[in-house]
Design a protein around this ligand. Structure first.
Ligand code: CIR
Length: 263
């Protein structure tokens, strides 16, 4: 049986001191966030993932959003240099954990990259140039992945933190998008599914082998996905959303190396 690994990271006791870009700061119930995060991990297990959780502490308020610290490909792992200076120390333990699974390459200064800006659709790798990810970071990714045939395409999302706030893959060349935030012209040739207009944040979903995990806050978009025949589970991540996080941000999902090599 193939093994899919999901690495998650504890909710920091300092979550309330998180970075915020597009949201106003409101009180966050950290205990509730911890409980929601545990539910999220159970949902990943229900999708077939083997979940492994890294520790956190009060020095890294945003550590639960582990997606931003790395990009996992079958061939290698890219350890990012997060755009927010407060988040850079998060990569230390993530790099150590990933070394057991992949060759690890690191983004170097002056490059910056957040994993939330990297959207892989087949061999097309769209990378958002945002407040977190700069052109140098994108160039470094391009050089690292060129030997494996990935086609890196820089794009510019609008009005949101990361590219994957605006668009995520549903597999088979299909992308869930908020057309007001996503660079839809760049997605020419792909099959686009739009979020419900009343749910602008709904484009961020985890897709795994034909099944989808979405935030419970977006029932109308969920219904759209179900009408397309997708099996969709929902998880309440309301406290994490107050820290500008969504469902992809809370895990690094990848195939076990031996399964990759078995193809
Ligand atoms: C931050 O601003 O870095 C965190 N408060 C939220 C990060 C969310 N990450 C993601 O969407 N990939």
């Amino acid at each position: 049986m193939r093994t899919t690994i999901a690495i998650t990271r504890e909710v920091s006791p300092a979550l309330a001191g998180c970075e915020l870009t597009h949201l106003n700061r409101v009180p966050i119930d950290v205990a509730k966030a911890v409980a929601q995060h545990a539910e999220y991990e159970r949902a990943l297990q229900a999708l077939g993932c083997s979940v492994s959780r890294l520790f956190s502490d009060a020095t890294m308020p945003d550590s639960v959003f582990i997606e931003d610290t790395a990009v996992l490909l079958d061939e290698l792992a890219i350890l990012t240099r997060p755009g927010a200076a407060s988040r850079r120390r998060e990569t230390i333990e993530v790099g150590a954990a990933l070394g057991a699974h992949r060759r690890v390459v690191e983004i170097e200064a002056p490059g910056t990259l957040d994993g939330g800006d990297v959207l892989l659709v087949g061999r097309r790798m769209f990378i958002g140039e945002t407040t977190r990810t700069n052109a140098d970071g994108i160039d470094q990714v391009g050089r690292a992945v060129a030997p494996f045939g990935y086609d890196v395409r820089p794009v510019t999302p609008r009005c949101c933190l990361h590219l994957k706030s605006a668009a995520t893959s549903l597999g088979d060349g299909t992308v869930l998008v908020n057309p007001r935030w996503a660079p839809v012209d760049a997605f020419h040739g792909l099959d686009l599914v739009e979020v419900d207009p009343d749910e602008p944040g709904a484009a961020n979903v985890v897709h795994l082998d034909g099944r989808v995990l979405c935030a419970a806050a977006f029932p109308r978009t969920r219904a759209r996905l179900e009408r397309r025949g997708l099996e969709v589970a929902a998880v309440d991540v309301s406290e994490l959303a107050k820290a500008e996080g969504a469902v992809t941000c809370c895990s690094l999902i990848f195939r076990r190396e031996s399964d990759v090599n078995d193809r």
